[in-house]
Design a protein around this ligand. Structure first.
Ligand SMILES: N[C@@H](CCC(=O)N[C@@H](CS)C(=O)NCC(=O)O)C(=O)O
Length: 231
């Protein structure tokens, strides 16, 4: 087995994509050195050298191997490199493909709606995006019902790949919900996901890395993203 003591993670505490990798590392009880980018607008030489294509966090450095970029690729790498420790992706090929399908949906369709909402100033535009968000969450509710088999997590009895992939966004969705008078994981519209969101946000492996309200408020202010919600 590769030496787990030589793992380093380049990240930023407010990044959900970094939190995603931290959650996976915690589930696998893998120790790592955390190399924090304190100002993402002034990137370190190490980050620029390690992720020259996107210049984004997270980046995983493992021993003397080339850097691994992109949170989903990192999680899959960890799952393959440390297979005995808290398997995240299911082993069955069809289930694995299904997980990857929904992970791509979460990253390319679901979460970008939050960015769109923040960038939309007029009330009509915001309401249209909220409708899209409801539809997206309802699709995820259906995926959850199929994947969880009546249990607490996408992974069934224990946290799995999709719990990690979607779970890292829960503190963000809560924060945006408050700003825009919305309820992403609504008990009426998506009852199973509402329960899931409570479970996952109180999971120790995520709770200890997810940014709190204060840090998110500061970040949104720094990025000048707090636009007064148009009520
Ligand atoms: N698809 C990437 C997204 C990573 C990402 O967007 N990282 C942000 C922080 S949340 C970043 O490094 N932003 C710096 C920049 O855009 O220059 C992943 O899954 O790792």
């Amino acid at each position: 087995m590769a030496n787990e003591s030589e793992i380093k993670l380049i990240g930023a505490p407010t990044s959900p994509f970094v939190n995603r990798v931290q959650f996976a590392l915690n589930l696998k009880s893998l120790k790592y050195e955390y190399l924090v980018e304190t100002d993402i607008t002034r990137k370190s030489e190490l980050l620029l050298k390690s992720n020259p294509v996107h210049k984004k966090v997270p980046v995983l450095l493992h021993a003397d191997k080339p850097p691994i970029c992109e949170s989903l690729a990192i999680i899959e790498y960890l799952d393959e490199m440390f297979p005995g420790l808290f398997q995240l992706l299911p082993l069955e090929p069809l289930h694995r493909a299904n997980c990857r399908f929904w992970a791509a949906y979460i990253d390319t369709k679901f979460f970008p709606l939050y960015e769109e909402l923040r960038q939309t100033m007029n009330k009509e535009g915001q309401e249209a995006i909220k409708e899209e968000m409801i539809k997206a969450t309802q699709l995820l509710e259906e995926a959850f019902i199929k994947s969880s088999n009546g249990k607490s997590y996408f992974g069934g009895d224990q946290v799995g790949y999709l719990d990690v992939v979607l779970g890292c966004f829960v503190s963000w969705t809560k924060h945006v919900d408050e700003l825009y008078d919305f309820n992403t994981f609504d008990e009426g519209k998506t009852p199973q996901l509402a329960k899931w969101a409570k479970n996952i946000s109180s999971h120790e492996g995520l709770k200890c890395v997810a940014p709190g309200k204060e840090i998110l408020t500061k970040l949104f202010m720094v990025l000048n993203l707090v636009k007064p919600p148009y009520k």
